[in-house]
Design a protein. Structure first.
Length: 305
């Protein structure tokens, strides 16, 4: 095993997690080889696609193609017995992106985190079908239906482990770079963010779109407004987000370095603003490169002593 193995722990954060694509673009551009990837929720989606061989540029193209109409089409609304959205269309979308691959087919070792609600425990998925595992990791309770897999009923891994630093370490990483989209953490480890350089990126406006896109945006806004207050779905999303912020603090404190892209005003469903999320990830990663290179160099020196 080579010295100075670099691991990525890509965290949850719904649409804000598209910033992971920007981080990967920078790491690729700078020639930093990623040896292992662990992901939770949207981090599992982006990390799994990258491990399966999808380039950050291709992920960006796919993300930018998901306009409001495409986003609505992926929401296969179901009878609200267990969740608002069935999730089968989302799983089909993921399967197309990863080209139907299994964990064994990935070019980089990859694991994702889900939670077994019946067994009340975290589950690290690293074998078998890739798409269903990723969908399980991203199944926000109440919003998306749980995934039945290997006799378990699985939901979003962010319920217990929103930034899987420990999983990346268990996979053999010497240096773990954690990426969080839940705000600037309080951890004492080195933290890099576009916000620290006065470049926080704002979202929430539909710019440069035609009449059809404006209509769809207003329909989506109207739907979400209806769900806001009072709404079990809005409460669920907000509660999970708050819980993940607090749980992530302890996890992030065990990373070697944290990248924390800042996107102001982003809603959890703002996937149609992918360009802004990706840009935030790029800017945050760019200021972290020198420190990542220093950590890897120090690790290699230490291994030869």
């Amino acid at each position: 095993m080579k010295a100075g193995r670099l691991g990525l722990a890509l965290g949850s954060g719904s649409a804000r997690g598209l910033a992971h694509i920007g981080v990967l673009k920078v790491l690729d551009r700078e020639g930093l080889p990623i040896d292992v990837i662990a992901g939770t929720s949207i981090g599992a989606v982006i990390g799994g696609a990258y491990a399966a061989g999808v380039t950050p540029q291709e992920m960006e193209r796919i993300a930018l193609s998901v306009d409001i109409r495409r986003l609505i089409s992926l929401a296969d609304i179901t009878r609200p017995t267990t969740a608002l959205v069935n999730g089968k269309r989302v799983e089909e979308f993921i399967r197309d992106v990863v080209d139907g691959k299994t964990f064994a087919d990935t070019r980089i070792p990859f694991s994702c985190v889900a939670v077994d609600v019946a067994g009340e425990q975290e589950v690290v998925l690293h074998e078998g079908d890739l798409a269903s595992a990723i969908r399980a990791s991203a199944s926000t309770p109440v919003i998306f239906a749980p995934v039945k897999r290997e006799g378990r009923l699985l939901v979003d891994g962010g319920v217990l482990n929103s930034v899987p630093v420990d999983v990346a370490r268990d996979m053999g990483a010497d240096i773990v770079v954690a990426v969080t989209n839940l705000g600037i953490p309080r951890s004492k480890v080195p933290i890099f963010s576009n916000d620290k350089h006065g470049e926080s990126i704002a979202t929430g406006k539909i710019e440069g779109t035609g009449f059809t896109e404006v209509v769809y945006s207003r329909v989506l806004t109207a739907i979400m407004d209806r769900l806001r207050s009072p709404s079990v779905y809005q409460l669920a999303a907000g509660s999970v987000d708050l819980m993940q912020r607090e749980l992530s603090e302890r996890r992030l404190g065990t990373a070697d370095l944290v990248i924390a892209p800042q996107i102001d005003g982003a809603a959890y469903y703002s996937f149609y603003e992918a360009d802004k999320m990706i840009a935030a990830g790029e800017r945050a990663a760019e200021v972290a490169i020198t420190e990542i290179e220093s950590l890897l160099a120090a690790e290699r020196v230490a291994s030869t002593d």
